[in-house]
Design a protein around this ligand. Structure first.
Ligand code: ADP
Ligand code: MG
Length: 378
């Protein structure tokens, strides 16, 4: 049974405008963390506000615990909201902020529950501090404790980490994820940050122009993007055209394995870490430039008229001007492109697992290549 079901919701603010949200549907299981990921202006906040009840959809249903709640006011929906700017009461202490949401409880119970919640978010010692005496990460944890105090069925978070600096953001994200998991609360996170969505969410819906383009686990949407937009929004991607003949496609890089099987003209995506470079072999490419990134090197490599991005292990060093052999060491992922790609049948039973996907594809370099494999796709 799904905890939250968002069914075909649409919302247009002004007649004649492009809809802010267009026929969006997704489902969240109890205890699941669902992410809505997309660029600024794609309709994430609007979708979240519709779930919370702050906004009425023009069409579609919001179903909580199998009950359509379209006409239920926000305060009745048992939904907690965590905003980007935390929205703490500046003139109330940490404890005061949290206990505010517990006003219906008797005094003693209110105090105990506040302490429990502050303990849970690791801020019991800061209970008497004022919000402006806390770091951004601590403020965000107070906001979360306050949202949890009302015992919501589901927590909605709108870019909750974007005001934190990089170092604090990572820790706070990890903390908040484990807090939500421990509390067993379902959550919807809205973010424009793909790395955040990949590391924080159990399932992600990628949004563009009000519509959801793809829903899947972080691994699925990274390893198996269905559209060029998803491939490129989730990280760097080389897109190449070819002609599919079942399991393989003829491309500029030669014949490469493809998933899913396809016939005819195809557009495929290959991540830079799924391409291998070698000094051995026929030499089909020239190094244009190199970018040292600590854990790996990214090369821009020219094949014919086109440039590709390829990662190599940090120990494997090429110089611009070197002639190299560039091959795919993972299957190319066939993308959906209206009118271009005739896709072969594609059902979930044919989707191979993540571990299988991360195995090296059959390629001439697999055995001899000194290129290191990355442990994960992100
Ligand atoms: P995101 O959160 O992904 O950045 P929003 O949901 O805030 O996107 O906005 C989606 C679109 O709807 C944008 O074009 C935005 O300008 C428009 N929009 C959002 N809220 C309103 C509003 N209250 N009135 C008019 N247009 C709005
Ligand atoms: Mg927004």
């Amino acid at each position: 049974m799904y905890h939250l079901e968002v069914c075909n919701i649409s919302k247009r603010f002004e007649p004649g405008d492009h809809p802010a949200v267009q026929d969006a549907s997704f489902r969240v299981e109890r205890g699941e963390i669902f992410g809505l990921l997309g660029p600024s202006g794609c309709g994430k906040t609007t979708a979240l506000r519709i779930i919370a009840g702050f906004e009425r959809p023009d069409a579609g249903d919001i179903v909580l615990d199998r009950k359509v709640v379209n006409s239920m006011p926000p305060e009745k929906r048992k939904v907690g909201f965590v905003f980007q700017d935390y929205a703490l009461f500046p003139n109330r202490s940490v404890a005061g902020n949290v206990s505010f949401a517990l006003h219906s409880l008797p005094r003693a119970a209110r105090r105990t529950r506040t302490e429990e919640l502050l303990e849970m978010v690791g801020l019991l010692r800061e209970r008497d501090r004022m919000p402006d005496e806390l770091s951004g990460g601590q403020q965000q944890r107070v906001a979360l404790a306050r949202a949890l105090a009302a015992e919501p069925e589901i927590i909605l978070m709108d870019e909750p980490f974007s005001n934190l600096d990089a170092a604090l953001r990572d820790v706070t994200r990890r903390d908040v994820r484990s807090l939500l998991k421990r509390a067993g609360v379902s959550a919807v996170l809205v973010t424009h940050d793909q790395e955040e969505a990949l590391s924080f969410c159990d399932t992600i819906g990628v949004m563009q122009k009000g519509a959801i383009e793809q829903i899947g686990t972080p691994e699925e949407i990274y390893m198996r993007p269905q559209t060029a937009f998803v491939a490129q929004f989730l990280g760097r991607a080389n897109l190449l055209r070819g002609v599919g003949s079942g399991e393989h496609a003829e491309t500029e890089l030669g014949s490469i394995p493809i998933i899913p099987y396809a016939e005819g003209p195809v557009l495929v995506s290959l991540r830079p870490e799924h391409l291998a470079l070698s000094k051995n072999g026929a030499g089909n490419a020239v190094i244009v430039s190199r970018e040292f990134r600590g854990h790996d090197l990214t090369y821009r490599v020219r094949v014919g008229e086109r440039d590709y991005l390829a990662h190599t292990d940090y120990v494997y060093d090429f110089t611009p001007g070197d002639t190299v052999t560039l091959v795919a060491r993972e299957p190319g992922v066939v993308l959906r492109e209206t009118g271009l790609c005739r896709r072969a049948s594609y059902d979930r039973t044919s989707i191979r697992g993540w571990s299988e996907l991360s195995q090296p594809a059959h390629s001439p370099l697999t055995e001899s290549s000194p290129v290191g494999r990355e442990a994960s796709g992100s």
